[in-house]
Design a protein around this ligand. Sequence first.
Ligand SMILES: [Zn+2]
Length: 97
Amino acid sequence: METSSISSLDINEYFDKVYAFIDYESTVLQQHFEFVRNWILNDKSISEMKRTHLLNALDNREEKWNVSQQEGVEYICKNCQGTIHAIQYCEFCIRDF
Ligand SMILES: [Zn+2]
């Protein structure tokens, strides 16, 4: 039976599998996201839809991590002019609301 939905369990299982191949000794966390992203992009065993889901989930993980670490690429919020690290929302405006 073909199912069109991909559960978060599928996503987490996939990430667990890929994360097991990361060389934690010689890489930093920022490189892990790159490693997993390349893995997803080169994985010929998954459907394009699953690939899209996985990349979105990875973006969310990376964004959460950037916010928690206050690292990564910085953006200026058009609303409050704060320096932010998330792409999809402003850390300060969300706090203000
Ligand atoms: Zn803002």
